[in-house]
Design a protein around this ligand. Structure first.
Ligand SMILES: NC(=O)c1ccc[n+]([C@@H]2O[C@H](COP(=O)([O-])OP(=O)(O)OC[C@H]3O[C@@H](n4cnc5c(N)ncnc54)[C@H](OP(=O)(O)O)[C@@H]3O)[C@@H](O)[C@H]2O)c1
Length: 311
């Protein structure tokens, strides 16, 4: 039977697909769409302080009539973008505990996984990222956090917190799909070495955001058709990309504000559908022939991109 969760290196389980409430209309409709996702069978919600959806995330679990223990919840520590300078405003280290307590209060429980949203949550300055991680470690020891991890960390950011760490991050949530594969290879190697799982956001970028679909367009179409014949159900290219993520042992943090597509995501999550190993390899190989990223943020700063075309 195809597993619905992965085991993190701290021994806990994480459902391999999450519904996020930061995409499109899901932010404004986090309560109602969250209930639709839970009713459909999704069991992992991805929220964050700066999505301002933590309250609605907790409420959606109640509205769906589920115990908290039935639903895995990820949240993230805030880093606000200045509306004037458009740069990230860090959280002063002395305010981190209060900031995280704010998350717990809004959610109404301790989230299963709590992340540093990006390396700029820590104030600039030598050693501050490490100090921020140390606070996460202390909160975990005190039972105020459970699993702890990071997001949008480059190799140097991960190395900075691993230096002297008592707990390694369990995940790094990053834009991850076949078109980021060539760039991310050094990061993925580092993560594999330390057992840090990939959480993918933007995983549907090749079909949704790349201007032409790129070299995978026909490959994904062909595989979707084969799976549709094999399993006798309409399996689309989005499903193929999500199954590729699963084959990489990456948690797929995806989203939809459309009830029909939410149902499709839930179906992929619960299904036994699998790609052939040759299909997994082909998607990776073809994906690596270009470099295309949608969320442009800092991941390409001091982390050189490969000399590859975008198309
Ligand atoms: N850590 C970070 O910095 C970070 C950054 C970005 C995102 N995230 C998290 O990741 C979540 C997902 O991010 P994302 O939007 O980039 O994920 P994505 O999976 O690449 O894209 C989600 C989009 O896919 C569409 N979709 C869903 N099923 C589909 C299907 N079968 N066919 C075609 N389109 C389909 C949805 O549109 P419809 O609504 O129209 O169905 C939705 O807008 C966010 O909500 C957030 O929780 C985290």
């Amino acid at each position: 039977m195809s597993p619905t969760s992965f085991t993190l290196h701290d021994g806990t389980s994480i459902p391999w697909l999450a519904w996020g409430n930061a995409t499109g209309t899901t932010k404004e409709r986090a309560l109602d769409d969250g209930k639709i996702a839970l009713d459909a069978g999704i069991r992992h919600i991805d929220t964050a302080q700066n999505y301002q959806t933590e309250v609605q995330t907790g409420q959606s679990i109640q509205k769906a009539g589920l115990e908290k223990s039935a639903v895995y919840v990820t949240s993230k520590c805030m880093s606000l973008k200045s509306t004037v300078t458009h740069s990230w405003a860090p959280v002063p280290l002395e305010d981190v505990r209060a900031s995280i307590q704010g998350s717990l209060d809004k959610l109404g429980f301790v989230p299963d996984l709590y992340l540093i949203h990006n390396p700029f949550v820590a104030p600039r300055g030598e050693g501050n990222l490490k100090k921020l991680w140390k606070i996460f470690e202390e909160l975990k020891d005190e039972g105020k956090l459970k699993s702890i991890g990071v997001s949008n960390f480059r190799p140097q950011d991960i190395e900075a917190i691993l230096d002297g760490a008592r707990y390694k991050p369990v995940v790094n949530q990053i834009e991850f799909h076949p078109y980021t594969l060539a760039h991310l290879e050094p990061l993925l190697e580092l993560q594999a070495k330390h057992g840090i799982l990939i959480e993918s956001y933007g995983g549907l970028t090749p079909i949704l955001r790349h201007p032409t679909g790129g070299p995978l367009k026909q490959v994904l179409e062909r595989i979707a058709l084969r799976l549709t014949h094999k399993y006798g159900e309409g399996i689309d290219q989005a499903a193929v990309l999500l199954l590729w993520l699963k084959a990489q042992r990456a948690v797929a943090v995806t989203a939809s504000g459309n009830p029909e597509r939410i149902g499709k995501l839930a179906k992929v999550y619960q299904s036994e559908w699998e790609l052939d190993p040759e299909e997994v390899e082909e998607i990776s190989r073809v994906g690596k022939t270009i470099h295309y990223r949608h969320y442009r943020i800092h991941m390409e700063e001091d982390f050189p991109i490969p000399d590859l075309p975008q198309q």
